[in-house]
Ligand binder design. Structure first.
Ligand SMILES: Cc1cc2nc3c(=O)[nH]c(=O)nc-3n(C[C@H](O)[C@H](O)[C@H](O)COP(=O)(O)OP(=O)(O)OC[C@H]3O[C@@H](n4cnc5c(N)ncnc54)[C@H](O)[C@@H]3O)c2cc1C
Length: 385
């Protein structure tokens, strides 16, 4: 493979004059946050020239590679969060996740998103009895809070009667979140790209932003090819890779590995499922089972921005699939992939100015389907407000 720089590829006058002249806003990264930021920027600055630069041929971070859970928090996840964050902050994040999902559904529409309200479930093994009891005890107070804050009726309920119908082995208890849903992440992104095009936003793929230099009057943007363009303002929405551009931003990459099976006749699993404190997740999609997680088995190794799957995590996922999720029928894995999330010490996004003309909107953890639209919009508002 030749290094693009060795091709001495410089922009021609025509390319510069046509594609990159008089640019008002550049968005780096075309995931859910980048596209949402670009759409909001269009609303705030209707006559501006807005360009999205994406390093991949597709948006290749997390937005096209996730599990498509439209979730705002399982009981154990919220209890876990409350152990390390103030309770108010935890509920504020739940509210943002819920509102972000409504915004996404409103922007794109449930049919296009292939949104399904089949509920979300949390599984507990017999050895997790203590955790389960803490969760069960928290349900009435959590339901009151969700009713008061978001108008959701009886969001969480015990669902042990469904364990057998799902066909699980070794699951002692089940809690259902009746307000959780699922969507098709590919359709979500394709729809957002369509909206961006309709809004006159230009999207260029295969261009990696290598560095940004704000001189007060605008930003010089150097591409991976070596040539630079200039924009009045920049929004950085590169999530898990943000430190490559801005080392001061407290976000690190976190890889997640995923498998999907061949179609399974009569698949008994329907809904979204969280297991082992959320380290594993699975759902039905098109008659197949999608399963991901296991990052906790090698946290150091999975702190990487490189795509890939590893024997350790692959075998853990296959074991879970065959022993617990689908123990009584043959199942074949058809595809593996990975995605890169952006995480940090605190479970909250970073939406902040980096300089006069650069704003960053990153670090969405495992919540970006839910909060991505809001984070992008807030990034654009911060830049242009
Ligand atoms: C396997 C997996 C499962 C998940 N499941 C769920 C789920 O079920 N529900 C949920 O809410 N969230 C889930 N998430 C998290 C969610 O997908 C992310 O939080 C969300 O997609 C982040 O969106 P983003 O736009 O910030 O980042 P990304 O989608 O990662 O977009 C960033 C983009 O920037 C591009 N980029 C990076 N560096 C550069 C550069 N220098 N120049 C140009 N472009 C660049 C990348 O190629 C990428 O396309 C999951 C994540 C993964 C990985």
């Amino acid at each position: 493979m030749s290094d693009p720089k060795s091709l001495a590829y410089q922009l021609s006058y025509w390319e510069w004059d046509t594609f990159f002249r008089d640019v008002d806003i550049v968005v780096a990264g075309s995931g859910i946050v980048g596209l949402s930021a670009a759409l909001r920027a269009r609303e705030l600055a209707p006559h501006s020239r807005i360009i999205v630069l994406e390093r991949g041929t597709l948006p290749i971070g997390a937005s096209t590679r996730n599990a498509g859970f439209a979730c705002f928090g399982s009981v154990s996840e919220l209890l876990d969060d409350m152990a390390s964050h103030p309770e108010d902050a935890v509920w504020a994040l739940v509210e943002r996740r819920w509102k972000g999902l409504q915004r996404l559904r409103q922007r794109i529409g449930d049919t296009r998103l292939r949104y399904a309200s089949w509920g979300g479930y949390e599984l507990f093994r017999a050895e997790e009895q203590e955790t389960f009891e803490q969760c069960a005890e928290a349900i009435p107070a959590f339901n009151r809070q969700l009713k008061e804050m978001l108008g959701i009726n009886e969001a969480y309920r015990l669902a042990n009667e469904q364990i057998n119908s799902f066909g699980f082995r070794g699951v002692a208890n089940l809690i259902c979140n009746t307000a959780e849903g699922q969507l098709h992440a590919g359709e979500m992104m394709l729809a957002l790209m369509g909206l961006a095009r309709e809004a006159g936003i230009e999207m260029y793929n295969g261009i990696s932003v290598q560095s940004l230099e704000d001189d007060g009057a605008g930003v010089n943007i150097r591409s991976g090819y070596g040539w630079s363009i200039r924009s009045r303002r920049v929004i950085v929405a590169t999530n898990g890779l943000a430190q490559q551009l801005m080392p001061s931003v407290a976000v690190r990459p976190a890889r997640n590995q995923v498998l999907i099976t061949e179609p399974i006749p009569g698949l008994p699993v329907k809904g979204t499922f969280h297991y082992d404190r959320g380290y594993y997740y699975f759902r039905n999609v098109d008659g197949r089972l999608l399963l991901g997680g296991g990052r906790n088995l090698d946290l150091e190794g999975e702190t990487t921005s490189e795509f890939g799957t590893t024997p350790l995590i692959r075998s853990a996922l296959v074991k879970l699939l065959k022993d617990l999720i689908l123990p009584s029928q043959p199942v074949t894995v058809s595809q593996w992939w990975s995605g890169i999330m952006g995480v940090g010490g605190r479970k909250s996004p970073v939406i902040a100015p980096i300089s006069d003309n650069i704003v960053v909107a990153v670090r969405l953890g495992g919540m970006g389907v839910a909060i991505g639209m809001l984070v992008g919009e807030e990034g654009a508002e911060l830049l242009l407000g």
